[in-house]
Design a protein around this ligand. Structure first.
Ligand SMILES: [Zn+2]
Length: 103
């Protein structure tokens, strides 16, 4: 059958298929843009102090790598590092109590 003889139901079917392709392509494009934005944000903020924006330096204390800002004195623990310190200090230590309080 030539495309000129398509019934309206067939036309609707192909129009829907085309719309679905365009929708998928728009979603993929948005996901790519989100990924690029995530990368850009990481490049912009990686190892920058969340309080004052200056560079942080990695220091080691009792085998835990802590990010420290020598400009404002802030300390930053990566995921799991605080728990490592608490494991050494005990649940009843100041850090142990403050962490269980804000769970
Ligand atoms: Zn700082």
């Amino acid at each position: 059958m030539s495309p000129y003889n398509r019934s309206s139901k067939e036309e609707e079917y192909f129009a829907k298929q085309e719309a679905e392709k365009l929708r998928q392509s728009a979603l993929e494009h948005a996901a790519e843009m989100a990924e690029e934005e995530k990368k850009r944000q990481k490049e912009l903020h990686y190892m920058k102090c969340p309080k004052c924006g200056m560079d942080m330096k990695e220091i080691e204390f009792r085998n835990v790598h802590i990010d420290k800002c020598f400009s404002c004195g802030g300390l930053y623990f990566d995921d799991g590092e605080l728990e490592q310190v608490i494991a050494d200090e005990g649940e009843d230590s100041f850090l142990g109590r403050i962490t269980s309080f804000f769970k």
